[in-house]
Ligand binder design. Structure first.
Ligand code: ZN
Length: 158
């Protein structure tokens, strides 16, 4: 299944990419020095940004993607139409496994996920291909476990 990027207007796509770059500026990545920015588009047109926020107790670190979801959901927004993620690497990088599971919780299987290379702007300026990998959670997390699975008929528990 490929991502249904046709459902994302060019305007929203550009807004979302720009927001992911803006989000990256606020990354708190003093340990990894690996900045990540994420931007979520809600179905009502809001953009929610997130950056990775690290911690001296490393387990307290949260990724950019999950920061964006936690911000959105905790403010009452649970319905999304696209996600963009950018790092400082000049190729598209994928969300980690934990973030994929969080995406799976809140997003349609075919919702567009745009993995944006750091040199997106210069590629556009030079008239090159934008270098974005357009994917979906169905592709990133095949055979996944999600909320629907908890509704399946099952043996009664003891
Ligand atoms: Zn992650």
């Amino acid at each position: 299944m490929s991502a249904s990027t046709w459902s994302l207007s060019i305007t929203d796509r550009e807004r979302l990419i720009k927001a992911a770059f803006e989000a990256k500026e606020f990354a708190y990545s003093r340990y990894s020095k690996f900045r990540v920015g994420a931007a979520l588009l809600s179905t009502d047109g809001q953009i929610i940004k997130g950056a990775n926020i690290e911690n001296a107790s490393y387990g307290g670190t949260i990724c950019a993607e999950r920061t964006a979801f936690v911000k959105a959901v905790s403010e009452g927004t649970r319905s999304f139409s696209a996600l963009a993620v950018v790092t400082d690497v000049a190729s598209p990088l994928s969300p980690c496994g934990m973030c994929r599971q969080v995406i799976r919780e809140f997003c349609a299987q075919d919702m567009p996920i745009l993995l944006v290379p750091s040199d997106y702007d210069s590629r556009i300026a030079k008239g090159e291909k934008d270098g974005i990998l357009e994917t979906s959670i169905a592709e990133l997390l095949p055979h996944s476990f999600g909320p629907e699975e908890l509704e399946l008929p099952r043996e009664p528990s003891a």
